[in-house]
Design a protein around this ligand. Structure first.
Ligand code: XIL
Length: 369
């Protein structure tokens, strides 16, 4: 499929909330779009989506067009995180989430709720308060505020993000602020709390580091299954798991058998699975662009070949759509970036040409139908 050009599939409608930036009008997807990643995913009963930020959507007409062509689902990359919603205690920033939801609503996209609890995105004031007072009401109020406002429009939530740590954790749980304040059962309590405020939502625990053959990934796979087993046995409201799938070319071959065993064990517990943050971190930026792009595509294909053999894998979300806006590029400091350029680990390059990774996604999603 490599090298196929995308047909122009977008029509532009007059006026609307997205008419800012370069003076663009909102872009609506045409009914006959093909090929597209959503189209391919839907043929297998799945969805395809991408993470995005409201400010990027507003600025960049080409991003909006690519999202409307390819995505059925959007994940707010940062705006639902606690430190984005409430950087200072009591001062709330709902506008970016509301903007992203407005864009989604106008265009018939669904939104994944990412994420209610993540240590790294918990504001300092909340961490201090939690550790000082150990008062669960802080958590209830946060859940009630966010879910009270959004649960009627967002029906799938990463309630807890990244709870596993097999290297310096306790019983394989990360010693994060929640763990230190409330003990290991913060997990059960958070899931129950989410269920109280979102009775009909699909509730998920999301984590990373399951793909490779090294001892840490192996231990993480076992720990993830053990956690899920414990929660299901205790009838804690957990509907599914999210596997982030930040693939990494420096980590050697994907452990197909290990990945299959973990996925099957999770499915046997009655859970379904979402690939929530797929992208590919590169190692050698000195290789030619076609060689780099081929490696990224091959890694994507190897991963999805395993995962999409399971019908219970309900959707694939990439952590961005274009290399222009990728956290993998954000992470590289400016000096290294000048030398290495952007990371090429997403379906479109930074000028919105689909790369071999796009076709690997399209092909594996369609082939698994
Ligand atoms: C990242 C965003 O992409 C960055 O823009 C932000 O600065 C930090 O968070 N795992 C997750 C995501 O669950 O929320 C992270 O997103 C990437 C790693």
């Amino acid at each position: 499929m490599t090298g196929l050009a995308l047909a122009p599939v977008l029509t532009v409608a007059p006026n609307g909330a997205w008419a800012e930036g370069e003076g663009a009008s909102p872009v609506h997807v045409s009914a006959t779009l093909t090929p597209s990643l959503s189209h391919a995913a839907r043929s297998g009963g799945r969805y395809y989506g991408a993470a995005a930020r409201a400010d990027h959507l507003r600025q960049d007409k080409a991003l909006r067009a690519a999202i409307l062509r390819d995505c059925e689902v959007l994940t707010p990359e940062i705006h639902l995180k606690w430190n984005s919603l409430e950087w200072r205690k009591g001062q709330f920033h709902f506008t970016p989430v509301d903007d992203l939801l407005a864009f989604a609503d106008e265009n018939g996209l669904r939104v994944r709720g990412h994420t209610l609890l993540w240590d790294q995105s918990t504001p300092d004031w909340a961490k201090h308060e939690m550790l000082d007072r150990r008062d669960w009401r802080l958590m209830s109020e946060h859940f009630s505020r966010v879910l009270g406002r959004y649960a009627s429009r967002i029906d799938e939530w990463d309630v807890i993000n990244e709870p596993i740590d097999t290297v310096s954790g306790a019983h394989a749980l990360r010693r994060n602020t929640f763990f230190r304040a409330f003990g290991p059962t913060y997990i059960e309590r958070a899931m129950e709390e989410a269920r109280t405020h979102a009775p009909h939502a699909h509730l998920v625990i999301n984590d990373y580091g399951f793909e490779y053959g090294n001892p840490v990934d192996k231990a993480r796979r076992q720990a993830f299954v053990a956690l899920a087993r414990r929660l299901r046995a205790a009838r804690v409201p957990l509907d599914g798991v999210g596997v982030q799938a930040h693939l990494d070319l420096s980590k050697g071959p994907i452990d197909r058998v290990g990945l299959q065993e973990m996925t099957k064990a999770l499915i046997d517990l009655g859970l379904d699975i979402t690939v929530t943050e797929l992208d590919v971190k590169e190692t050698e930026a000195s290789a030619s662009t076609p060689a780099r792009d081929q490696k990224v595509a091959d890694e994507t294909r190897r991963y999805l070949d395993v995962m999409l053999a399971f019908p219970e894998v309900r959707g694939v979300v990439t952590w961005g759509l274009t290399d222009k806006f990728s956290w993998l590029t954000e992470q590289v400091d400016a000096r290294v970036r000048a030398d290495r350029g952007v990371n090429r680990g997403l379906p479109y390059d930074d000028a919105y040409s689909p790369k071999p990774m796009y076709w690997a996604l399209e092909d594996t999603l369609r082939a698994s139908a």
